[in-house]
Design a protein around this ligand. Sequence first.
Ligand code: C2E
Ligand code: MG
Ligand code: MG
Length: 747
Amino acid sequence: MLLMITVTNAGQNRLKESQLNELNLKVKSYSESLDYFFDATSEDVKGVAKHKTTYTFFANLASGMSMEYGLGSSLLQLRRNLVRLTKPDTTLSTSALFDRMLLVGFKSNVIADSHPRLPFDISRVPFDEMRAVDHKIDVFGKNDQMMIRVLENVYFNGELVGVVVGDINLDVIIRLLTAQEYENSNSKLDLATQQGMLPIWNTFDAEGNPIDFKQGNTLYFDQKVGKTPFRLHAWFEPVSESQIITSTWFTVGLSFLAAPVILGLYYSLRINNTNLVLTTKIEETHNQQAALTRQNERLKTEIDRRKMYEQELAYQATHDTLTRLSNRKSGDEKLRHALLQARREEMNVLVMFIDLDNFKQINDTLGHLAGDQILMQTAKRLKDSVRKTDVVARIGGDEFLLVIPNLNSEKQAQLLASKLLATFEDPFQLEASEFFVSTSIGMSIYPQDGENAEELMAHADTAMYRVKKEGRNGFSFYDSSMNTDVQRNLDIDARLRQAINQDELEMYYQPIIDLSTEQIVGAEALMRWDDEKLGFVSPEEFIPIAEKNGLIHKLGEIALHTACHQAQQWQSIQPLSIAVNFSAAQFRQKDTLMENILTALSNSGLEPSLLDIEITESLLFNHTLETVRLLEEIKQLGVYLSIDDFGTGYSALSYLQKFPFSKLKIDRSFLQEIETTPSSQELVNAIIAMAKALGLKVVAEGVETQWDKDYLQRHSCEFAQGFYYSRPLTKEAFEALLLDRAKNHTS
Ligand code: C2E
Ligand code: MG
Ligand code: MG
């Protein structure tokens, strides 16, 4: 009996302890979901601050555009963008996260407001504090009037020009948390802020009054909410004695009952062995003992159940403990979420599988601690290479998942993959030694490579295995034309060397037109290769291969020398500048590059100011101080620099300001759909406005129709290039065109 009581008591204590752990985890999970909520709302507000409509507005403002022309429409866009965030999401049937959104000029007036009819006191914005931080979550007002706001600075040309203010819809917070709590739990939850308590819930007692948890025997938790200035205060009633079947009282009662029975039994046995009453009593004791055992069993089951729940909760925690990235489950969830959104907004999603090469070997030879170090550093490199809104998760030992929710183009994916590969070119630091680890990347794109998360993950995985098979340290798209044909790549590699040696590469020239006069003012030199075995090979196919095998330096030299020489000869027909494409890879051998430019200019006798070097955005990704210096040096020679294919990569304004460019070439993909897609028009307008604000001239590539030309002229784009005027031509054909135009001009 004594043993039974002890066991029961120990069990009860364990149960209480287990409840404490469970509640602790529960409060932590509330705080995590709140933290996530604030992350999401912060991203939204930041999204507005960094949104193209916001940029466009300030760019328009800076360039002194009239309301009628630019400002008006950009304001309309801006307001639409703000209002969108204060509207419930009907497809997901979720409430709006914000009650109100505003863009406020720095220390000036309200620029746009989702609810312009409601009064707004501009002094509510803590401008002075915002000078010190770019982002802030704070509380405004007290008690019933309490308001939680997310604030984000807006910059233009590096100058602080405004603040985006998002008033959080407090109902969403309350619903988010109440949805996670059992209906009949006796508890109270408050969100503690600098301005006081925001009550989330409080259980009522039988009389309908809120229970005062601050008194009596309650369990209290105080949990910080992630990166916010808030804390959660939670009170719970401990497991009610009545809920535990074998409560202390029940056990004590039983023992009281059992003691006289055993005593009686002892006496009765001594007095009369055949006493019928006594037999019944013995049976009763037996029954009670059995009941007690059963209760103990139920108690044990209850403890097991709670333990399992604890484990489940811990398992559900969304992060991988080693790398602090999202774990597989959460990565998977985020991918699903991204797909839902992409389906709604008709966007592409990139799914990337990243697997370290030979990781097992590292683990085996250097030990698990070294392996852990590499995984942690890998996580950091991946996180640092993408935007905050992109998803990075660790989904297995050395496998990572990356989700880019709004992919613009396959090219963007390709650039990102190259950028990731490049980050692995730096050695990993392990204690005193350095270690190189490469990785293999497989990619799939929604919707072309799969409709749902399972398909996309499986396909990215297949693509990754293909890279592994092809010798690792590379990337591949699932079933895409560019990287599938291994044999062709090998052929191109081999034949290209031969083509260079036998001088089989030819330069073509495409005119660049001044849109105000419609005269040819320049030409872009484009490389052509017609191989007798492979047929015509596009530069888009052989340039990337040449970048990998190092032939790009030779190709660059050929292009530059031929183009400069040719341009110099044409000066007698008509003054014109020559644009030559440079690959980012060429900038890795900066001495050779500089020497090349100098000899090409002196050999040909071409004026440096007639040479225009075109560079794509990928160079700017991983630029070093040296890159900037090299570009400055080139500029010093009097040569011009243009940014090519603008808008396809991670075009950031800040990049453009850092580098000494004079021209910006809008990628031809924008022109392709400009006639039918208003968003492309808007983008082109914004790019032109931005370029103007930065003092850059604009060249539109891919001008194919009269409509395109008229549109660009109306929007004050300076230069155009495209099939509408002429395809790239051989030097003879180009010369004929020049002569023809010159003749028409004079006659
Ligand atoms: P890019 O510098 O953007 O060159 C413009 C491309 O657009 C050329 O493709 C040109 O033929 C094409 N294009 C011009 N007008 C139109 C049009 O109206 N419609 C359409 N659909 N396309 C038009 P291309 O010659 O195939 O060259 C592709 C890319 O290869 C170039 O893009 C450039 O990045 C690279 N490239 C070409 N030659 C060289 C070179 O000598 N060196 C380096 N590093 N890259 C080169
Ligand atoms: Mg170009
Ligand atoms: Mg281009």
